[in-house]
Ligand binder design. Sequence first.
Ligand code: C5P
Length: 299
Amino acid sequence: MEDLLIEAPAKINLTLRVLGRRADGYHELESVMHLIDLVDVITLQPGECGIELHSNNPLLPGGEDNLAGQAARLFLEKYVVGAGVKIFIEKNIPIGAGLAGGSTDAAAVLLGLCHWHAGRVPEGELLELAALLGSDVPFCLGAMALEEKQGGRLGVRPVTALARGRGELLSRLPQRRLPWLLVVKPDYQVSTAETYRRYDLHSSGDRRDSGEFIRAWRENDLPGMAAVMANSLEVVNLPHYPEITILKAQLKEWGAIQAMMSGSGPSVFGIFTDPVRARQALTRLRKTYREAYLVSSYE
Ligand code: C5P
């Protein structure tokens, strides 16, 4: 088995509607999710036995405290008992950011192990394993296959999808390229579980659906999309983290046609149509924020 180098892209939520609380404590969602070109790079090497996990970021939990380590354990226990793997994560995606950084690493590990052990995994089971790991992991599997990227690395297929249920029921949408996305993360993390707990205190569910956005997306109508983008979780996080409101306003003032919190935050992204204004905005943000990136859709 050869070593694998796999790109694991972050996602943004172009819409996120919380429809209500479910009996299992999770929330019923409708969210259009889109992969962006902000990637962790995962190296997988065959190991003797057990799971070793290291990263260039000391803040990242190691071993099986990491979702990618849990993904490896689940996979190996189920399909290749007694095998081992060494995982190295080059962490570029901000942590605790609402960009699915942990989920995408876990998805890349599942796909890499599946690549090595093709034939052992019955159709559909990888998606079930992904859903056990977390609500965003199924989407991060992309179209469930690795493909070759520039520089000989592997990566997932670029995907935009409407996620329903907890986030695991996926319908693919046509792929569109958003060329200038400015993503910025304030210097703190936000807990997803805490955000949903707060949501329950404030709201019983969003009555709007994602139909309008999807129509605009299908028609490639950028102003139409921008007009109806919304994230139900902003209602609860904006009052607690005023910086998110300020960032949204700044991005719009500096030329973004829309700016929104991604997932449960605190990352905010702005969609630009003018690359010059996008670069100027990046320069301004970099004066204050370490974690500000100008990226495109993942390709
Ligand atoms: O699925 P994941 O582990 O990423 O979710 C983290 C937390 O976010 C869950 O424990 C749950 O509290 C909350 N959540 C939710 N409804 C969802 C997704 C996540 O309540 N659809």
